[in-house]
Design a protein around this ligand. Structure first.
Ligand SMILES: NC(=O)C1=CN([C@@H]2O[C@H](COP(=O)(O)OP(=O)(O)OC[C@H]3O[C@@H](n4cnc5c(N)ncnc54)[C@H](OP(=O)(O)O)[C@@H]3O)[C@@H](O)[C@H]2O)C=CC1
Ligand SMILES: O=C(O)C1=N[C@H](C(=O)O)C[C@H](O)C1
Length: 267
């Protein structure tokens, strides 16, 4: 499968180049950055610490997608929307790991998924998707007298909050409770907030240092607490998951899929 990495000079972009290189049946055919990026013209393999792969970074996604079977995209929402349009035109697989989406921004992705095979997830690791499955089941089993709070910590460079993973976990818990997360989420608390509303799902965000990604889902009841945790120790985890998703998507019809579909974790 011929894969393009967009945002190839980014933290995840470099991890994706390495993950494609190590995967049998996958081949890096192009690497893309913004026109003004200083890395344009450099070799994507060399930038990722692999040595020359003879894949120069370019600023031309249109011609790259035309000769590819799939694109791996961990960039920014506006960029991912544009790449989805191009992936639909080229009728290829588009794996989207980008986070930081605002409400209603994702509509055009569903239009693109009429022609592209889009696989989108706030977290591409097996562990987090299993955690989401467990959070859904736990929320379903416990009911409203257990308060749900989600805590996440990431490196100092992360630009969006709450993390895509925290929102994914919140959605899973809300599904388990059969409530609408948008109506019941509390994303910040400051000052005299009043008592906690029963049934809310709270989010707390920590940022600092080089933390790859840590998530904790707390179910706090009277006199007891259940905590489900995931700690990512290596970015390569997400990149390998993205390559796995691309290979899976290659066999699928056009549509909009999640990592839970790829991993068979839907209930
Ligand atoms: N789903 C998952 O499993 C994971 C998701 N992520 C998410 O992936 C995203 C990227 O994270 P990270 O790699 O740390 O961030 P970085 O900022 O290191 O990388 C993003 C890269 O994309 C580039 N980019 C942005 N817009 C465009 C564009 N229009 N054309 C080409 N390149 C573009 C950026 O360039 P520039 O710097 O010039 O803007 C940058 O090189 C974030 O949303 C993050 O939350 C991260 C890890 C795992
Ligand atoms: O920006 C990151 O680094 C990460 N972003 C994703 C998120 O927003 O959840 C996934 C992972 O936790 C790392």
């Amino acid at each position: 499968m011929r894969l393009v990495v967009v945002g190839a000079a980014g933290r995840m972009g470099k991890a994706l180049v390495r993950a494609v290189h190590e995967q049998d049946g996958a081949e890096l055919c192009a690497a893309i950055e913004r026109p003004e990026a200083p890395e344009v013209g450099l070799d994507a393999g060399r930038l990722a610490g692999l040595g020359d792969l003879n894949v120069p970074i370019t600023d031309d996604p249109l011609s790259a997608f035309a000769r590819a079977d799939g694109v791996l995209d961990f960039t920014a929402p506006q960029a991912s929307l544009w790449f989805a349009e191009l992936a639909a035109q080229a009728r290829i697989v588009h794996v989207i790991g980008t986070t930081g989406w605002t409400a209603n921004q994702e509509g055009p992705l569903h239009v693109a998924a009429r022609h592209a095979r889009i696989i989108k997830s706030g977290n591409m690791s097996l562990g987090v998707n299993l955690l989401a499955y467990l959070a859904r089941q736990t929320a379903r089993a416990l009911g409203d007298d257990f308060d749900i709070e989600i805590v996440e910590m990431h490196h100092r460079h992360k630009v969006d909050a709450p993390s895509g993973t925290a929102l994914l976990l919140g959605e899973a818990a809300a599904e388990g409770r059969e409530i609408d997360l948008a109506q019941r989420s509390v994303r910040s608390r400051d000052g005299i907030t009043g008592e906690r509303n029963s049934g809310d799902i709270g989010f707390a965000t920590l940022r600092g240092g080089s933390v790859i990604g840590e998530h904790l889902v707390i179910f706090a009841g009277n006199g007891e607490r259940i905590e489900l945790t995931h700690r990512a120790e290596d970015r390569q985890l997400f990149a390998r998951g993205a390559v796995r998703a691309a290979l899976w998507g290659y066999k699928m019809k056009p549509g909009y899929y999640s990592m839970a579909d790829v991993l068979g974790l839907k209930d």
